[in-house]
Design a protein around this ligand. Sequence first.
Ligand code: FAD
Length: 480
Amino acid sequence: MSVEFDIEVDVLVIGAGGCGLAAAIAAQDAGAETAIVEKLDRPGGNTSLSSGSIPGAGTRFQAAAGIVDDANRFRADLARVSGTHDAPHVEAVLAERSAELVEWLVDSAGVTLELVETYRHVGHSVARLHAPPSRDGSDLIRDLERTIEERGIPVACGQPAIRLLTSGDRVIGAQTRDRRGESTRIGAKSVILASNGFGANPSLLAKLCPLAVAAQYAGARGSEGEALGWGQDLRAATGNTAAFQGHAALATRNGALVTWTVVERGAVIVDRDGRRIADETIGYSAFASRELVAEGPFHMIYDTRIAGDVRSGQPTFAEVCQPGVMIVAETLEDLAARLDLSASALVETVAGARQAAEGGEDVFARRDWGLGPLVPPYCATRIEPALFHTQGGLMIDSQARVLRDDGSAIEGLFAGGGVAVGISGRSGSDGYTSGNGLLSALGLGYIAGRTAGQEALQAPLSRPDTLSHTHTHTHVQHGG
Ligand SMILES: Cc1cc2nc3c(=O)[nH]c(=O)nc-3n(C[C@H](O)[C@H](O)[C@H](O)COP(=O)(O)OP(=O)(O)OC[C@H]3O[C@@H](n4cnc5c(N)ncnc54)[C@H](O)[C@@H]3O)c2cc1C
């Protein structure tokens, strides 16, 4: 095929979320000329919706806080939650390089992160999540965008990639099409797929991840899964596609996320009958699956002590403290009346939890009760289960190269974040350890960017035929 390119770069990154921005910075670190194309009008994707918590095992920030941790411990934590799945090699490399990733984000990529000691969340046996001080993923994106802009890496927004360009078995670039229908062919020595999973594509979801269909989708709208199809057209293997990250506590009233710290401090979750349905401490993702097969509406029941404690550590909890979102009452009977629940059932449920928190046997064998039994005034927030993002995708090797079914790498093609095979189990939402999403996004972006960048310096541009260097349709902005 004769391919004429409108633009050429060493490394082309598709998608300007956490994975793509990290990949572009890492590729440029390696000396490669890099550009990013983004489907929507601005960068951010799911990453900007997240709380920005990234696990790093053995970081200098942990050492300063006196926390002893390492890759082996992290890997054991991940494996305990994920169970058997299709990508243990990805789990291993991400655990091994997580400390390097966090320190690179701070030292080279300009991201402000601090060790989170106020919560550690499900799956982590020590404090190892690192997050922006605001606990807001849009600050993570803001910092990455600033670095992208300072380094002059072009970001073309409103330029969805619509297909990969190939020469024989090799990927040599991608084609984009803007809203006016104008196409641009971008030639590249390597293409990094960083366009996330397929959570926003109901038909792909029904086909590949049916358990998640009934959950409210709370992720970014750009995650439509095109890259999965492009990979499969090139005979790429896939893995873990039925796994997803759920969250059991999206506030129904305003869509705010009720952080699981509320549960960790002692909250319980009740169904439409005012009864608990499982051990809440299995985690926000796993508990979402329990809700998906139970009868809602669901309410998180906590108290003003817990609300104050959580708000002081996580400023974004203010959204949940809004009148109407957080219902406060002096007695459980009054609370039940305001929630339209059976008062006797709610009183019985909270009494059972109190007895367990005081050392008795819990009906669901829950052992951690945070601040202890709930005390008045009581609080409640109506919640529903959500799908945050899909966890499976294209099979990759430990350098983030996309692999075919026979294990061979597709030349010129890398994938990270939600496009790539995940590390959160093979199916359902139980295998998700807190931070797996951003670890895969930023970690694989970092690895793919660095590898693609280094390779680009060694390889000439793959040009099957004559190329045009001149004609540029894209609206290239710096930092988008
Ligand atoms: C509310 C919420 C909270 C979360 N909190 C956490 C957390 O604290 N820690 C954690 O680890 N994970 C968290 N996650 C999960 C995490 O957000 C995702 O796993 C991660 O952001 C995925 O990053 P990504 O770069 O792969 O995708 P994204 O950040 O979604 O970036 C993909 C980008 O690609 C663009 N794109 C899509 N298709 C194309 C195309 N054809 N051409 C060009 N561009 C395209 C999209 O528009 C988007 O900008 C959370 C998720 C949600 C929804």
